[in-house]
Write a protein that binds this ligand. Structure first.
Ligand SMILES: [Zn+2]
Length: 128
């Protein structure tokens, strides 16, 4: 079986060790349960919160995403909408951030798992 790439595994919110098990229990479209995570990887059994408070760090990543969205939306509106009035900037940025909240939350946590938890990919844990 081919090994899943890190990019695909991150985008699909898979376990950083086996890259197969899901991290979240429900779809990001489920507004009541989008933040619900498996405590352990359903495939390899990895305990996700390898250190207490690991996911507090995800707030900083999430903040970084938000800053990036503000800048990107600002630049796009400036050039594509010919520098509209301030209320257009504010409502567009607010709408984009609100609509992407569940994805930002999840990818902040997944990036935390992949890059700041010390967990390494190990194909021996994958199902064959
Ligand atoms: Zn796993």
């Amino acid at each position: 079986m081919s090994q899943p790439s890190m990019l695909k595994a991150v985008l699909a919110c898979r376990c950083p060790r086996c890259r197969q098990g899901e991290v979240f229990t429900h779809s990001f479209l489920n507004l009541r349960k989008f933040d619900s995570m498996y405590e352990r990887c359903p495939v390899c059994g990895l305990y996700y919160e390898v250190e207490v408070g690991l996911f507090w760090g995800a707030m900083y990543i999430s903040y970084g995403f938000s800053v990036g969205i503000v800048l990107a939306v600002g630049v796009l509106l400036y050039y594509l909408a010919n520098d509209p009035p301030m209320w257009v900037y504010l409502t567009t940025v607010a709408a984009v951030i609100i609509l992407s909240t569940t994805l930002l939350f999840r990818y902040a946590r997944v990036l935390m798992l992949y890059f700041f938890s010390g967990i390494k990919y190990n194909p021996d844990y994958s199902k064959r």
